[in-house]
Design a binder for this molecule. Structure first.
Ligand code: SF4
Ligand code: SF4
Length: 76
């Protein structure tokens, strides 16, 4: 499965990644406040619409806080 990691301690909660993810896999974590005083973004995996590894979230983040990990393609 593709996945992302967010350095959420530096997240400003701007929601760009939330808005741009075509699979709606990034949410603002309303239950948490980071060291900067913001509700940070978090990755919420969903097997029904898995991460495409498209990196739109990573490209749009103004602080480059998102790393995308793509599943290696198997050999046929
Ligand atoms: S890589 Fe693409 S599909 Fe995966 S979380 Fe980011 S925007 Fe969404
Ligand atoms: S785009 Fe970056 S700073 Fe904005 S909510 Fe997402 S991870 Fe946080």
């Amino acid at each position: 499965m593709n996945r992302i990691e967010i350095r959420d301690e530096s997240c400003k909660g701007c929601q760009y990644c939330v808005i741009f993810c075509p699979r709606e896999l990034v949410q603002i974590d309303k239950g948490r406040i980071n060291a900067l005083g913001y509700n940070p973004a978090r990755f919420v995996d969903n097997p029904d619409r898995p991460c495409r590894g498209c990196a739109l979230c990573a490209e749009i983040c103004p602080d480059a806080l998102i790393e995308v990990y793509r599943k290696e393609k198997g050999r046929s």
